[in-house]
Design a protein around this ligand. Sequence first.
Ligand SMILES: [Zn+2]
Length: 148
Amino acid sequence: MITNDVLIVNDSKLESIILKDLLKKLGMNGIISNEYTILTDLKKIDPAMVVVNYIMEDITGEQLIEEIKIRYPEIVCILASSSDLLKSQFKGFSIDDIVKIPIDQNKLKGIIEKYIINKKNICFHCKKEIQEDFYICPYCGEKLKERA
Ligand SMILES: [Zn+2]
């Protein structure tokens, strides 16, 4: 099922509102969450994407994305940061992409097109593109289960 919900996790209210407006312009429904309630919110909301700020009070965006991906590997997780970060700085496969704050509208549009609109069937484990009807990933052998 395709949803246009995007959860925003940022301890700056202003940045959250700016992102929500930007998402709205791009046809997405931004829902403001925070580092403390995001895991509870995910039990009720099934977003296409989560945009998580890198530096927050009690947790980094990287750690939080890790927590989200353990539970919901199919949710696209974007790390947002005001400093220049590279995906290669982070271990593992948890972070799908990185955006710089202030977020450029075209960059965000590109991410939405890539991960949501033109979403290919991607193995949650090895990130390789696979055919829709596979139950087991032919590349890494992991089970491709649907979200419960
Ligand atoms: Zn795989």
